[in-house]
Design a protein. Structure first.
Length: 75
């Protein structure tokens, strides 16, 4: 019975470590695939290169133009 327990323990450890290795490898491959897909998406659908400050200035200018066009009628 003792021998069976030792063999079972060692087999369990082998199976456990093998499954951990397989899962780790799979997760690493999925992370690499995700990175490759994000790079491909960035190449295919490139955004105009505006910094955050430039974008905010553009929005402010547009807002100023819109508010200056409004005609306020006072009755």
């Amino acid at each position: 019975m003792e021998l069976f327990k030792k063999v079972f323990k060692s087999l369990f450890k082998i199976v456990l470590t093998t499954s951990i290795v397989v899962v780790t490898f799979t997760v690493d491959m999925l992370i690499l695939l995700e990175d490759m897909l994000e790079k491909l998406k960035a190449k295919l659908y490139s955004q105009p290169s505006l910094t955050n400050k430039e974008y905010m200035n553009k929005l402010i200018d547009e807002h100023k133009k819109e508010t200056s066009r409004k005609v306020v009628s006072v009755d």
